[in-house]
Ligand binder design. Sequence first.
Ligand SMILES: [Zn+2]
Ligand SMILES: [Zn+2]
Length: 124
Amino acid sequence: MSPIRPENRSRYPKDWKTISLRIRTDRAAGRCECLGECGRGTHAGRCPNVNGGAAYGTGSKVVLTVAHLDHTPEHCDDSNLRAMCNGCHLAYDADHHRQTAAATRRARFEAAGQLALDSREAQR
Ligand SMILES: [Zn+2]
Ligand SMILES: [Zn+2]
């Protein structure tokens, strides 16, 4: 039920299911632990969404997942894990993907600028 991408599946520990269940049930008691990290700005304080309940705003069914705060599946310390409803988790990851994409674009842009400079140098 969690948005684990196939290419990342092997990076999760073997007992990920147990870890994930413990975070979602024992620690979070079935409620989203997002305190605004998702960046959606739609909930003040802790997200009210509860696993299996109706999501605020949309009323769609909440599926509680476990997010890695540093987006690194190997890092399964409790401090790096956050139970998140599907809405918060998607927004949290999307934000990360946007930042990663922006950094990639920036690097490409800078590399292209450097290439342009280099070729101008070469023409002299
Ligand atoms: Zn949430
Ligand atoms: Zn949130």
